[in-house]
Design a protein around this ligand. Sequence first.
Ligand code: PBG
Length: 325
Amino acid sequence: MKRFRRLRTSQALRTLVQETYLNPQQLIQPFFVIEGAKKKETIEAMPGIYRYSVDLLLKELEDYTRLGGQAGLFFGIPDSKDPLAKESYSKSGIMQRAIAAIKKKFPHFIVITDICLCGYTDHGHCGLIHNKKIDNDKTLPILGKMAVAQAEAGADIVAPSDMMDFRVKQIREDLDKNGLTDVAIMSYAVKYASSFYGPFRDALHSTPQFGDRKSYQMDYANKREALKEAKQDIEEGADFIMVKPALAYLDIIALLREHILNPIVAYSVSGEYSMIKAAAQKKWINEQDNVTESLTAIKRAGADLIITYYAKDMLKWNKLLADGS
Ligand code: PBG
């Protein structure tokens, strides 16, 4: 007789037949960087996540790398924002200084940088504005300059998240022209216009001052577009393809896994973090179990890497398990 429960009888057996494993070293922690010194600011909508000035960021990275963290995704928050996002590519910009400091102290740590104008423009949109519209083609050279500035400061991977058409092509060409041929591109190819980004915009002070992001981010009702975006970005030179958000988009991750060969990165975004955190704080769910289950599901759907605000916690929990405590 066939009996499914036979292989579920003990933990050892269950481990033997486990199909999907989470490797905490394939998780990527996002970090928010601000100007100044000795600053560690709380983010109300994201308990446990902070904005760090560069000196304290380096301290935090000491912790993170000691636990086994190998990669981080960095967002800069400049003091001054303007319509043209000048701080995004200035040599003395917050990100460029942070990257140089990180690579000096942790030369092997993989620095991934977000490329987008929304944290740098005073209007909070991801592109330049012309006649009250987001101007795709005028935005491209700024994104290219931002990528070159970050790569020159030492970034290993640049991650465009703005959703302008042809930005990957522009960034690849600009990097190559400047001799930065080894810098990889992790494209937020499949990025939906999502309410799950709410807490992040609080963290970055990047809520758009007018309108929304629906003219450039994708409509969450659509699936075929995901494959078209991913294929186009690969043609333009993307090394990694990202899907964002993650947990509500497992069908999209699975679809891409079937059709593309590049590593797939899933971004489990701020809203996903904050929902689990809030429920856990109320003791309505078990945080560690829920995070492990959620991340395993994202992996099972086909993601190779996962960007998650729980990366450091996962490393910590894993270490505790390994130490047997
Ligand atoms: C920048 C960007 C956003 C996120 C990553 N890069 C916000 C947005 O598009 O509004 C969201 C990340 C998160 O919610 O954790 N465009």
